[in-house]
Design a protein around this ligand. Structure first.
Ligand code: HEC
Ligand code: HEC
Length: 348
């Protein structure tokens, strides 16, 4: 309960030296507790995501036909004006659904402004993009298609193009009852496919299910630190290790982040807490790709971030040893369960 109160930034700001001392004591105590007891102290327990709880639009899971259409669209480079770039070009299944570089490249060869985020376990999210500007996966999906920095095709042109591809007709018909192609259906199908990208069989999940050998001892120590002294799970909580909120953790740079959506200084430089499933596959890190490795991420947190002007009070200097840092990295590696995604046959 104490920890829940501390996860509220306002409450954390009110911490007196005495409260800070209590916190240290509490952390020392929690470090001694077994994993099951620790769950109760978490803001929201780290857990294995349950696909049955995915909030599908209208409360009904998408049909297999809709998901297949979405997957086909996701891999189809004809969704870009010059037919060179699909969603999967940047969200590459071989690179943890990211692109493996700090800042990716749009269809016309231009450099993007932010790091390409991986797309695992987004089904439960309520805000999309690093600054949360899209309210749903459906709304998000049309964005890169139209954006002249990315796929650069006006939606009417895309609708006309796909309508002219014979092989898409049965896919649209099976998914939606008739073969009309429109932007809303394209967005719906892409979102339906993305909601199936649920990673939930990592060593950590097997460990949670009772297989104590599934995670190395180092990873187990890392888990304790993650929920205890390293103070990670105040933001990276729940089954997908994100609070779906926005924080400035002290990454240097001029990107206003959430402030562009929620004006005022409070959200300056704040970005959405990324989920950490498969994070070992998606270097480099942060909204600008400025941090090269997970070890570097840990060093960043250990020094309390780099830019302290608007830093969230939940980020502060930690006093982690070299071994602690290695253990936390091992824990994050234990969140790895890449999904096998068989590329679809593209229709003619
Ligand atoms: C040129 C590379 C590129 C292409 C092509 C691309 N994306 Fe992205 N995607 C990005 C980048 C970069 C961001 C982050 C942008 C931001 O936050 O401002 C992003 C963000 C997202 C997000 C938000 C993730 C989150 O955690 O909030 C989703 C979902 C997504 N893309 C899906 C798609 C889909 C679907 C397509 C195809 C229609 C697509 N992307 C095409 C680079 C790309
Ligand atoms: C105050 C909330 C908060 C705390 C505490 C916190 N994080 Fe983060 N974390 C974030 C946010 C927000 C980002 C993205 C920041 C950005 O890009 O500017 C992030 C980014 C990351 C990333 C990069 C992920 C990616 O896909 O780029 C990793 C890894 C990470 N955090 C792990 C940790 C670990 C380990 C701890 C504990 C030492 C921790 N975080 C503590 C909020 C937090």
């Amino acid at each position: 309960m104490v920890q829940r109160a501390l996860s509220d930034p306002a409450a954390a700001r009110r911490l007196t030296p005495r409260a800070a001392c209590c916190r240290a004591l509490l952390l020392a105590l929690t470090a001694l507790l077994p994993v099951t007891a620790l769950h109760a102290a978490d803001p929201r327990p780290l857990a294995t995501p349950d696909p049955a709880t995915i909030p599908w639009p209208g409360g009904v899971p998408a049909s297999d036909a809709e998901i297949l259409l979405g997957k086909t669209l996701f891999f189809d480079p004809r969704l870009s004006r010059n037919r060179t770039q699909s969603c999967a070009s940047c969200h590459n299944p071989a690179l943890g659904l990211g692109d493996g570089v700090a800042l990716g490249t749009g269809a016309e060869g231009n450099r993007l402004g932010r790091n390409t985020p991986p797309l695992y376990n987004l089904a439960w999210n309520t805000a999309f993009f690093w600054d949360g500007r899209a309210p749903s996966l459906e709304a998000q999906a049309l964005n890169p298609i139209e954006s002249n920095a990315e796929m650069n095709i006006p939606l009417p042109m895309l609708v006309e193009r796909l309508s002219g591809i014979e092989g898409y007709r049965p896919l649209f018909r099976d998914a939606f009852g008739d073969d009309t192609v429109d932007a809303a259906r394209i967005g719906r199908a892409l979102a339906a496919f993305e909601r199936t990208l649920v990673s939930r069989n990592s060593p950590f999940d097997r460990f949670l299910a009772g297989d104590t050998n599934a995670m190395s001892e180092a990873a187990q120590r890392g888990l304790k630190l993650f929920r205890g002294a390293a103070w990670c799970s105040v933001c990276h909580d729940g089954p997908n290790l994100t609070d779906s909120a926005f924080h400035n953790i002290g990454v240097r740079g001029n990107d206003p982040g959430r402030q562009a959506i929620a004006p005022g200084h409070r959200m300056q430089g704040a970005f959405k807490t990324p989920g950490l499933r498969n994070v070992a596959l998606t270097a480099p890190y942060m909204h600008d790709g400025s941090v090269a490795t997970l070890e570097d991420v840990m060093k960043f947190y250990n020094r309390g971030g780099d830019d302290h002007r608007r830093r969230d009070p939940l980020v502060r200097e930690l006093d982690l040893s070299k071994r602690d840092i290695a253990d936390l990295v091992e824990f994050m590696k234990a969140l790895t369960d890449p999904l096998p995604i068989e590329p679809p046959v593209l229709p003619d």
